[in-house]
Write a protein that binds this ligand. Structure first.
Ligand SMILES: Nc1nc2c(ncn2[C@@H]2O[C@H](COP(=O)(O)OP(=O)(O)OP(=O)(O)O)[C@@H](O)[C@H]2O)c(=O)[nH]1
Ligand SMILES: [Mg+2]
Length: 300
């Protein structure tokens, strides 16, 4: 079974790619050996994050259009948060990216975010690596910026785009330091809305001192995604950032970050809060519970 999946992935058979993703997601026996066999092609991964409804899917749609026009093949992963404050994401993406579902230059897959912290999908590293073995020229991962996801995306993507909207004024004043560090490009989408010019200026003023003297000053690109305004500029900026990412030391850091996360998951395997609580309660009932002794016994 894995042999035919291997061939299918390499050849870009979308049905077999979809099946391989499901099997990896479900940790089907043999999946690690399968991943180890896959060739690692240097396909850039682009992360798109930002608050709910900022226009990430509309931008993704526009970027797919530009890439396809150049004859490129694109894979898109949409992470649907399973969190209660974001209903209907799946349907929204389906509708907005609809036109691409039947295009053989484009592969689209939705994955659930299963992390308690609103993070990405637990197998997102493995799944993007699987896609890198297939004949795609660009991989886009769209994720709603809640909880940990926007910091996680930066550990996954060569280039991270954070999409903001003018209404986010106050949020940006108190922008999480993490968000500022992860962005290679800030898109100010919905620039047709009132307050866009002031917002843009404030963002520039806020970022400039933070990055003065470094070469990592993020680009700021205003867009009106559904009218394709600014999208060509964004695409050009992206291409430049992707090239930079290939030529600098970021590659080593990215791989280190991935190795760290994979090792962390492996070491934490079988450790589960509910089971810990049950064991602790049993210990308390027996009248001999000591936290440090408990931890030492569970280290192995
Ligand atoms: N006025 C205006 N509306 C826009 C713009 N870009 C997108 N929209 C609209 O904003 C809404 C949300 O767009 P999406 O692309 O689904 O946003 P998203 O960030 O992918 O949303 P989630 O995935 O649900 O978080 C849609 O109704 C879009 O048509 C823009 O530049 N200006
Ligand atoms: Mg979306």
């Amino acid at each position: 079974m894995w042999d035919s999946l291997y061939t299918g992935v390499i050849q870009g058979d979308v049905k077999l790619i979809a099946r391989a993703i499901s099997l990896v997601e479900n940790e089907q026996e043999g999946y690690i050996a399968f991943l180890e066999q896959l060739p690692q092609r240097a396909v850039p991964v682009l992360g798109i994050t930002g608050p709910p409804g900022a226009g990430k899917s509309t931008l993704t749609d526009a970027l797919i259009g530009m890439a396809v026009q150049q004859g490129k093949k694109v894979a898109v992963i949409c992470i649907d948060p399973s969190s209660p404050f974001h209903f209907g994401a799946l349907l929204g993406d389906r509708i907005r990216l609809n036109q691409w579902y039947l295009d053989d230059h484009v592969f689209i897959r939705s994955l659930a975010s299963r992390g308690a912290m609103g993070g990405l999908n637990p197998k997102i590293i493995e799944i993007t690596d699987l896609l890198k073995a297939a004949p795609f020229d660009l991989i886009i991962v769209e994720t709603v910026g809640v909880g940990q996801s926007e910091v996680e995306i930066a550990g996954l993507a060569e280039v991270t785009v954070v999409v903001l909207v003018p209404e986010a004024g106050d949020e940006v004043q108190t922008m999480k330091a993490g968000l500022m560090e992860v962005a290679d490009i800030f898109v100010v989408n919905k620039s047709d809305r009132p307050g866009a010019t002031i917002f843009l200026k404030n963002l520039q003023q806020m970022l400039a001192p933070a990055f003065s003297g470094t070469s990592r000053l993020p680009l700021i690109v205003p867009t009106v995604a559904h009218e394709m305004k600014g999208v060509a500029e964004l695409y050009a900026g992206l291409s430049r950032k992707i090239e930079e990412a290939h030529s600098n030391e970021r590659k080593g850091w990215l791989l280190a970050e991935k190795a760290y996360q994979l090792l962390q998951k492996k070491r934490m395997q079988g450790i589960d809060r509910r089971r810990l609580k049950d064991a602790i309660e049993a210990g308390i009932r027996s009248g001999r519970f000591n936290l440090y002794q408990f931890v030492r016994e569970h280290e192995k």
